[in-house]
Design a protein around this ligand. Structure first.
Ligand SMILES: [Fe+2]
Length: 200
């Protein structure tokens, strides 16, 4: 698993990741289209799947897909951002692409936001969830929210999964033991409860 670097201004500087896998490599969101990365991806066997967490972070995905013959995966609700995508996700619940790769729709930031859980360890979250180094807490968007209720629901749903890494588009990455990660996520959910009860 690699952090690609070469963040693209077209995705607001979002992070991208690369998974080297025996059943085909994955690109998670899109970096800039640069010869250095083309060579590096080529050396590792190309790209089979391009997972697009949401509409903001597609950047150069079309060029990578056409160069490597990769399958772009994007949710139907955000698919207008990626014309010609090979795999339009219609599901509203989680599903497996191949063993070890679970797609989890997490609407909230955008209608078609999705997370990808790899090996029950690595959670790629797009702009749904990240670590804040200043507060040392997990955070969800408070601005640029399409639907707050959905955002809360999607975050609560993540409590059902095990993971040790949060790998976001923006914000910091974090690696914690599974139990600690769960605790941190439950704190986010508690904050929702508080905010909701204050409003009630
Ligand atoms: Fe975004």
């Amino acid at each position: 698993m690699y952090y690609t670097g070469f963040n693209s201004g077209k995705s607001f500087g979002a992070n991208s990741y690369f998974i080297h896998h025996q059943e085909g490599n994955w690109l998670i969101d899109s970096p800039r289209y640069v010869p250095h990365l083309l060579k590096a991806f080529d050396r590792m066997g190309g790209i089979k799947y391009i997972f697009l967490s949401h509409e903001d972070d597609v950047a150069e995905a079309a060029r990578y897909a056409s160069w490597f013959g990769g399958t772009r995966i994007i949710h139907a609700h955000d698919a207008a951002a990626m014309p010609g995508a090979e795999w339009i996700v219609k599901e509203s619940g989680p599903f497996q692409v191949i063993p070890d790769f679970l797609v989890i729709p997490v609407p909230g930031h955008t209608p078609g936001s999705m997370a990808l859980l790899y090996k029950q360890r690595f959670l790629f979250t797009g702009d749904h969830l990240w670590w804040d180094r200043e507060t040392n807490t997990l955070e969800v968007p408070s601005v640029y929210v399409w639907n707050e209720e959905q955002l809360h629901r999607s975050t609560r749903c993540l409590m059902e999964y095990q993971f040790e890494w949060v790998l976001p588009g923006h914000g910091s990455r974090i690696n914690l033991p599974g139990t600690q990660m769960r605790l941190e996520l439950s704190r986010v959910v508690q904050r929702f409860h508080k905010a909701e009860s204050l409003r009630a």
